[in-house]
Ligand binder design. Sequence first.
Ligand code: GA4
Length: 340
Amino acid sequence: MVAPCTTSMMIRTKKTKGMGIPTIDLSMERSKLSELVVKACEDYGFFKVVNHSVPKEVISRLEEEGTEFFSKTSSEKRQAGPANPFGYGCKNIGPNGDMGDLEYLLLHTNPLSLSDRSKTIANDPTKFSCAVNDYIEATKEVACEILDLVAEGLWVEDKLSLSKLIRDVHSDSLLRINHYPPVSLKGNKNWDPSKLESHKLHCDKTNHNIGFGEHSDPQILTILRSNNVGGLQISTHDGLWIPVPPDPNQFFVMVGDALQVLTNGRFVSVRHRAMTNPMKARMSMMYFAAPPLNWWISPLAKMVTPHNPSLYKPFTWAQYKQAAYSLRLGDSRLDLFKIQ
Ligand code: GA4
């Protein structure tokens, strides 16, 4: 559900002063790095990564493809849809998702499915799928590096046990490009004053529309990058919304529900939402790192002790996805798998 504009959910700038979003410099010494990654995952389930290995050109090529696609006419774009779940989607986030002011491309990272899909998306499908594949490969490496650091920081014996979940050829990882056209209340010619109450449910106190309602990502980890337009907000563990200043050359990492389960609740998946900008279009790209559909997810042995018993029943990734799609966007789907 979209968060209503209650005072408790509003961004309280004074209180958030000094609550800097953690920044992880990947060029740092490894033992210190793994400690910092674990701390950021525990404190926020969210952090920024600098000094990563992804070439600028890999990022800009995908950005260009995204810009080219979203500047097509609606009927051209619709040829790449509807997104059920893959392809071009407009406004409707998912079968049970909130309405949002956004359009998007949701793609499976499997190269075969991608090359097929590219034909309906781009005038030059080969160029498009190359840009997408290169971006996926590069962000997958970032995700694997973070997961290896998490495993090290948690003193898990097999340091590759987390990254191998997403390195598998059958991994169900996804790539999503979101485009939030500028939306302003006053300038919106379709604005209907009788819809004020409903509008309030879709805005924050600055009257920015919600482009993508509050939710956590179901996967293990999300690697997000956006253009230079702000809009992303994350919720702290005590329910305070913090705006994330954009940084087009860097990545933001989000803990997803599956990593919450793998760490037996030591990390909590970050709730986040995206606001639209009244003047500028925002474009974000997310790599969602997921295991193969038939893989079982349960807390890592290291995270379960007699004092800290398992909080979750084992489930397959396919079962979890099904639960996510049958609930509404903001619902707490992990509750379904909790051991009472
Ligand atoms: C949120 C994270 C990813 O964008 C996504 C989304 C998916 C979709 O848009 O199809 C979901 C949403 C996301 C969570 C709940 C379900 C599924 C829409 C929705 C209502 C691609 C994903 O994996 O889960």
